[in-house]
Design a protein around this ligand. Structure first.
Ligand code: IPM
Ligand code: MN
Length: 375
């Protein structure tokens, strides 16, 4: 029996192509693993009314971790129209299966590195080395939303919060509400992850990115938690920044920062910003990590307009593979893959369109596999 069981969910669009590229490199890495294919994505929404069928969830439960490609999602009305006729009008609602997976498997930490590889012409600066810890199951993406707002909730809010006075006369049917729900445990575990990482990798600072001057209760809880937890990590400094100012600082002085920790939506925003500083979507990967399961993915979507052309940069997905190897404890293989990715970038010959080249997704993967083989 293989040492690891790994679920592979290509999804749709270019997700299929980048996973094909990952397989080329995984073949070269020769990890002692069994790879199990799972269904996820638009096709299954259209034909079964569920983009993340139960059989896929069962498959995941039976594996050590998962490598995920990308999926297409469309707005509400459009998604309903694309359902097979038998499923129309049944009140089925599309949801993002990746957000679903994060919640279902309690993958509370979204680790997103943004490091500038030497020689990448897309680097904003060459000395950027950020690691973002984004809370992944709560906050504004917890899915606790209402429209219309149920009458009981409106009256409870009016009763319990003076700031609701100004909405008192707005009919509940005209109010939409998305909740930004934080828990003490949720804040603690993401902050701890960030500090543990900083300790292990000997990083000097952790910056908590929130907005406690306005979001006093939620951001306030995150910042207070970070201050408390920092005391267990005296060798690491805690810096505090507001999300808006941080977007500015990350453009002005990204090299000054190291580990960043933030809630779900702010973490989403700073990870896109940071990703662009080191080459953009072709390079950005994320690891969705819980206590005993993890899903690794490129940050980019399914890019339907490029599907079938093998155009997109597989580096992001290979970064996801690197994160997976590291999480599995295969540090040596992870480092070797990192060197191979770095050599491909430095050589600057076999490259996709985003880096100014004309090589295909699979050609880049083959070149990285070649460098991996050379050690
Ligand atoms: C990401 C993506 C997702 C998110 C979307 C697809 C729901 O943007 O992984 O950052 O916002 O979490
Ligand atoms: Mn995002």
């Amino acid at each position: 029996m293989a040492k690891y069981k790994i679920a592979v969910l290509p999804g749709d669009g270019v997700g299929i192509e980048v996973i094909e590229a990952a397989k080329i490199v995984l073949d070269e890495i020769a990890l002692d693993a069994e790879y199990l294919h799972g269904d996820i994505g638009w096709e299954f929404w259209c034909t079964e009314g569920d983009p993340l069928p139960k059989r896929t969830i069962d498959l995941l439960k039976n594996t050590d971790c998962c490598l995920f490609g990308a999926i297409t999602s469309k707005p509400k009305e459009e998604s309903e129209k694309e359902l097979v006729p038998e499923l129309q009008g049944k009140g089925l609602a599309y949801y993002s299966p990746i957000v679903g997976l994060r919640q279902m498997f309690n993958l509370y930490a979204n680790l997103r590195p943004a490091r500038a590889y030497p020689g990448n012409p897309l680097n904003y600066r060459d000395d950027i080395d950020l690691v973002i810890f984004r809370e992944n199951t709560e906050g504004l993406y917890s899915g606790v939303e209402f429209f219309p707002l149920p009458e009981e909730i409106k009256s409870a809010l009016v009763k319990h919060h003076t700031k609701m006075a100004k909405f008192k006369d707005v009919p509940a049917r005209d109010i939409a509400l998305s909740s930004r729900l934080f828990t003490v445990e949720g804040c603690e575990r993401i902050v701890k992850r960030a500090f543990e990482y900083a300790r292990r990798k000997k990083r000097p600072t952790v910056t908590v990115v929130e907005k406690p001057n306005v979001l006093r209760e939620t951001s306030g809880l995150m910042v207070r938690t970070a201050r408390r937890i920092q005391k267990d990590y005296p060798e690491i400094e805690l810096w505090e920044a507001n999300i808006d100012a941080m977007c500015m600082w990350l453009v002005k002085n990204p090299q000054n920062y190291s580990v960043l920790v933030s809630s779900n939506m702010f973490g989403d925003i700073i990870s896109d910003l940071s990703g662009q500083l080191v080459g953009g979507l072709g390079f950005a990967a994320g690891a969705n990590i819980g206590d005993d399961y993890a899903v690794f993915e490129p940050v980019h979507g399914s890019a339907p307009k490029y599907f079938g052309q093998y155009k997109v940069n597989p580096t992001a997905t290979l970064q996801a593979v690197r994160l997976m190897l590291e999480w599995l404890g295969e540090e040596e293989k992870a480092d070797r893959l990192d060197r191979a990715i770095a050599l491909n970038i430095k050589e600057n010959k076999i490259k996709t369109y985003d880096v100014g080249g004309a090589s295909t997704t699979l050609e880049v993967a083959k070149n990285i596999a070649k460098f991996y083989k050379q050690g």
